[in-house]
Design a protein around this ligand. Sequence first.
Ligand code: SAM
Ligand code: SF4
Ligand code: SF4
Length: 340
Amino acid sequence: MNATLRDASLPLDVRGRPLRDLRLSVIEACNFRCPYCMPADRIPDDHGLDAASRMSFDEIETLVRAFVRLGVNKLRLTGGEPLLRKRLPELVARLTTIAGLDDIALTTNGSLLAAQAGALREAGLRRLTISLDALDAGLFRELSGGRGDVENVFAGIAAAEAAGFTAIKFNCVVQRGVNENEVLPLIERFRGSGHIVRFIEYMDVGTCNGWDAARVLPSAELRDRIAARWPLRALDPHYRGEVASRYAFEDGLGEVGFVSSVSEPFCGDCHRARVSADGKLYTCLFAAEGTDLRPTLGLGEEAFAAHVAGLWSRRADRYSELRGAVGVPRKHVEMFLIGG
Ligand code: SAM
Ligand code: SF4
Ligand code: SF4
């Protein structure tokens, strides 16, 4: 590790925010077509890059090492659907050897997890997030764009538990009038299991999901509904900048989280960079354009880290605080390219 960079030159952006967290997409393809992310009528099956346009494992490892030198200690692998990336456990095993990276997590739709949970665990993965918008089979299928079978996700959860994963996080994007009635059943299923359900406000990501503010169910309203059934107590964040606000069930049967990027923006504490599978850096989930990192990646870890530090130090993003204001661009990178 380069002591000079870590001690004195860790970059801060123009709002004084450090770089702590990297979200890396390993693939832009997905076997689902969730309407809020990749609507089937807008994103054709062959939309993806060819495999050669994706960063190789060597490039990914160099990139992650450089980000760690700049202050990153948390990495989340995502997609598209990351379990579609061939030899993913091999990549995980390589990344777990990077000193200074305290935490590697994976976000998946869970549909292919049954066959891969054991290998991912053996490779050293310890943290798993599974997206699950509904328990009802018909609604789940609809919310996957007609492609998913919730039984496969249940099999994936069972395999993950058998492989030793604990405290799995379940992400549910809540849309008013669509799946709000799934909220209490989801909690009921996982309360007491040690796993944590998190409810995410439906966001205006990308350009093609036909976002409608009327379908956003603000977390405060949802929290009241849940608390009416199971009283809740606010918990302190694990660390500054934690995206989900956490609440414990008063009866001790676990906790629930809320990600409220529409109703309670948290840009002031946003320490996260995102990199797409083809190596473009996005400094905000709602950025219009990314910066191609691959040309400088070839210059080696030191020069690459200095380049990224320069890019981070010019970052001024705070889209969620400006949402809806006059003159704020509506063009955003698609969610499936940067993985949330
Ligand atoms: N395919 C994987 C999955 O679904 O877990 C990983 C990538 S997916 C883009 C990451 C997360 O983004 C998922 O939990 C998904 O529900 C969330 N997401 C996608 N579109 C969203 C939207 N419009 N609003 C809120 N969350 C969204
Ligand atoms: Fe695929 Fe995940 Fe987007 Fe759904 S949310 S379409 S599973 S990338
Ligand atoms: Fe971070 Fe952009 Fe989201 Fe604000 S809108 S929290 S800057 S990703």
